[in-house]
Design a protein around this ligand. Structure first.
Ligand code: ASP
Length: 438
């Protein structure tokens, strides 16, 4: 196996003990040469992530309020790691610099980025490898979008001089030199960008679970972990609501076919989940790869006799959404009816206007609105080849007494999406899971 880029999430770097585990993991495999850390995360349930403390500092500074007490909590996080590791490293001078620069350089992005910056310095010192500031290799354009070409070239050039390095996650710089961060959880993206630029054989993403679960563990107790999943399946699951990798972290590695391995820092012996481009050797685990969903959608159903022969009907319907700046999720249709599934928050304050415009411009026979709808996606790359999957799914829901309000199947035939009432959400996930897993 060739070169690996390893990204460690916040809980994997939350304490001195966690740092020790990370060092062990890195030392176990000489291919683990480029390391991308997050900022220290939560050590226990009620703990506060360093990134959140930094955002609080920003709030305080920008409102002209004192921020010493918040900054002291941040300082304590880093100094306790240094002390716990018995490391001879002066993190305090870097902390003091950040403390002093906050009022003059105050943007939320600069403040938040210092969590990864300081953790990167600390981890580099602890591992005894060079630190490469992400501000010098991750670039955004003036509009704040990632400049992939410039970033890739810069990482390649810089890391050519370093066989090993620590590159902090989450941030980069704008053309004017200002610090800019990705959205929350963005260290995953930095890891993917580094993996792509150095042409890694594997992008390992270390976290605090042994892979991606088949279903939400808050609903299913101890769900099975997925051993293999394709990038496309992951995209479907993440979109449907599964909380896995940052969604922008998939594209850079997917394009060049670098597999992602989700691993558990606390159980490094577990193989984790492997995210790959295709089924590979085709071994079957389960007919369904994963189940995910979200609540709070609205269904607007429009009926009109002879709708099917009225040209431009759907275009006019969608232009109403466009005017109101609303995006929709699904649009199942019948011969003389069409439904729109839209998230409740997209429609906030706009529903009446939308209905009024539909009435006026489309002259429907009937418009019905159903609130509190949940969508559940059952995703599996093997569905395409397999008979009876839909039958099993719908039988399971029927046996649990769940009324299905809507069915949609992606053209990839990789998922079946059902719309049900919010109140049936947990039971529906359980029924589907049990139908395919147990
Ligand atoms: N520390 C940042 C956050 O909490 C980025 C990351 O952890 O990926 O969102």
């Amino acid at each position: 196996m060739g070169l690996k880029v390893v990204k460690f999430g916040g809980t994997s770097l939350a304490s001195a003990e966690a740092f020790r585990k990370v060092k062990n993991i890195i030392e176990q495999d000489p291919n683990r040469r480029y390391v991308v850390p997050s900022a220290p995360g939560k050590r226990f349930n009620d703990d506060t992530k360093v990134t959140d403390l930094l955002y609080q500092c920003y709030e305080a500074v920008s409102n002209g309020q004192p921020y010493d007490h918040i900054f002291n909590a941040i300082k304590e996080r880093y100094t306790s790691i240094v002390t716990g590791l018995e490391l001879d490293y002066d993190i305090v001078c870097h902390l003091d610099h950040v403390y002093k620069t906050l009022p003059s350089t105050v943007t939320p992005d600069y403040a938040a980025s210092r969590g990864e910056y300081l953790n990167g310095l600390l981890l580099a010192a602890y591992l005894g490898v060079p630190f490469v500031d992400a501000a010098n290799v991750i670039f955004f354009n003036a509009q704040g979008q990632l400049d992939m070409a410039k970033t890739e070239a810069a990482i390649k050039e810089k890391l050519a001089d370093y066989p090993r390095a620590v590159i902090p996650g989450f941030y980069g710089s704008l053309p004017n030199g200002e610090i800019k961060t990705f959205s929350r959880g963005g260290s995953d993206i930095t890891g993917a960008l580094v993996a792509r630029a150095v042409n890694a054989a594997m992008y390992e993403n270390w976290t605090d679970v042994s892979g991606i679960y088949m279903a939400d563990p808050r609903i299913i107790s101890q769900p099975k972990e997925i051993s293999h999943i394709t990038y496309s399946e992951l995209r479907e699951l993440a979109y449907a609501g599964a909380n896995v990798l940052h969604e922008d972290a998939i594209y850079p590695v997917r394009q060049v076919g670098i597999p992602i391995n989700i691993r558990n820092t606390n159980r490094p012996e577990d193989p984790g989940t492997l995210i790959i481009s295709s089924n590979g050797n085709g071994e079957a685990e389960s007919d369904v790869t994963g189940i995910a969903g979200r609540k709070d959608f609205v269904i607007i159903t429009i009926e009109k006799a002879l709708m099917h022969s009225e040209t431009g009907f759907v275009r006019r319907l969608l232009s109403i959404l466009e005017e109101e700046d609303i995006s929709f999720e699904h649009m199942p249709s019948g011969i003389d009816s069409v439904s729109l599934v839209i998230s409740e928050c997209q429609l906030k304050g706009k529903l009446e206007t939308v209905i009024a415009k539909i009435d006026k411009r489309l002259e429907p026979d009937k418009v019905e609105v159903f609130h509190e709808i949940a969508l559940i996606a059952t995703v599996g790359r093997r569905m395409v080849y397999k008979k009876g999957i839909a039958a099993r799914l719908f039988t399971a829901l029927a046996e649990s007494g769940i009324n299905i309000r809507l069915i949609a199947q992606g053209s990839s035939e990789m998922n079946i999406i059902i719309g049900i009432e919010n109140k049936d959400f947990d039971q529906a996930v359980k029924s589907i899971y049990n139908a395919f897993v147990n």
